[in-house]
Design a protein around this ligand. Structure first.
Ligand code: NIG
Ligand code: FE
Length: 405
């Protein structure tokens, strides 16, 4: 008998996602791990010995086990809320009108600048906890509501502390180029200089895993975005982009030019943009929460993504303005209803492709040798993960072999 495993789950079926499509199901499966990594993924009947002989901790489960969900696009560190803005939009104001009138992102910036680090952490932790309880084991968190050095730094520090406190893997993204802060009104190029100057300082503190920008009429131009990307490239940091959300500024092609990880939103991405993404292997991150809340009608080019084999991820975009969404499973549901993803595509988008959008090849699939990140669900079939609106379906969530929920 070789070294004992730290843990083993039996009694549930596995949706391993370890194939090029579908769930890659293993009925009556078994999942074993040691030192935080999976060491057995297969049918229970193929276990090399009796469960008690193999592992210290044997869990009898029911339902289905999936890889831990990966939420690859969130802005969950923020202060305050924008419920009033929601009311205004319901009365007919558009997101762009509110932003141009000094509301929108800039109103969250005011709240974040006023919050100290502990206050920001206290407000943000429940959101991360909600994601975790619904199966998320890896979450990306962006800055972008500070828009000055100290406040951007504070946001990124809070993001790291969330990971330490909850045991989740947090991937941080510097989004200094999210909006123009009021003190730079009319001086967008000067602000981009500042964003570029802050990046290496934040990176030196270990606070930046990737760099993002909001390339849009109400955000930054392609030329300004390019300068941010060049600064990232100089430090060897991967880029991603809020691209082609409200209009087509060629954001997806810009990501491709820089060999970026992902282009996100992508509702207005052109056929050329799709081809450029396919050629560089960038992921299309679909954010159906923002589409839903903004009552958008322009669908991302889903058939073109499928045809050109551009991987599609699904994320919450959790943020106070356009997507106050606290469940990745709910985002999967919206991706199915609004974008007509199949439930298997949506699950792949929230696992395999989410991990790819973060450049994390050690997760997103149940496979021996990868991280022991998984969720056990009270469902009869994995399609139920996309079928229920809300609910409490996760009976246990593990990251690195440690039970977090
Ligand atoms: O991903 N598009 C820009 N950023 C966010 C919205 C942030 C906000 O409105 O606070 C998004 O939708
Ligand atoms: Fe976003």
């Amino acid at each position: 008998m070789t070294e004992r495993w730290d843990g083993l789950v039996v009694g549930a079926s596995l949706a391993t996602l370890d194939a090029s499509d579908g769930y890659a199901e293993i009925p009556d499966g078994a999942l074993g791990w040691r030192d935080g990594m999976l060491c057995f993924v297969g049918p229970r009947s193929e276990l090399p010995d009796a469960p008690e002989a193999l592992a210290d901790d044997v869990i009898e489960a029911e339902g289905w086990i999936t890889p831990g969900l990966v939420d690859c696009h969130t802005h969950l560190v923020f202060a305050g809320d924008r419920a009033r803005e929601f009311e205004l939009r319901l009365q007919g104001a558009t997101y762009e009108e509110i932003a141009r009138a000094g509301g929108g992102i800039v109103s969250t910036v005011r709240a974040v600048r006023e919050a100290d680090e502990n206050g920001l952490l206290a407000q943000s932790l429940p959101r991360a906890r909600a994601l975790l309880r619904d199966g998320v084991t890896t979450v990306e968190i962006k800055s972008g509501y500070g828009l000055n050095f100290d406040s951007e730094r504070r946001m990124l520090r809070v993001a790291r502390r969330i990971g330490q406190q909850l045991g989740l893997r947090v991937s941080t993204t510097y989004l200094g180029a999210h909006a123009l802060p009021p003190e730079f009104a009319g001086r967008a190029d000067d602000y981009v200089d500042a964003v570029v100057e802050w990046l290496p300082r934040l990176h030196d503190e270990g606070l930046v895993d990737a760099v993002d920008a909001f390339c849009e009429g109400i955000g930054f131009s392609p030329a300004q975005t390019r300068r941010v990307f060049e600064a990232a490239r100089a430090l060897g940091l991967p880029v991603k982009l809020h691209a082609d959300q409200l209009s087509d500024l060629g954001g997806a092609a810009l990501v491709a030019e820089f060999g970026g990880l992902s282009a996100d939103h992508v509702e207005h991405t052109s056929p050329e943009g799709v081809r450029a993404m396919a050629a560089c292997g960038a992921v299309a991150v679909l954010l159906p929460g923002a589409f839903h809340v903004l009552r958008e009608t322009k669908l991302p080019p889903l058939d073109a993504f499928r045809e050109h084999r551009v991987p599609m991820a699904v994320a919450t975009d959790c943020n106070p303005g356009t997507s106050p969404l606290l469940s990745l499973r709910q985002a999967m549901q919206l991706a199915c209803t609004h974008f007509r993803l199949t439930p298997a595509e949506a699950l792949r988008g929230a696992t395999v492709h989410g991990a790819q959008a973060l450049g994390l090849p050690d997760r997103g699939v149940l496979r021996a040798g990868l991280r022991a990140d998984f969720a056990i669900w009270r469902v009869q079939h994995p399609a139920e993960l996309c079928y229920w609106l809300g609910g409490d379906l996760a009976s246990a969530v593990f990251a690195g072999g440690v039970r977090l929920a």
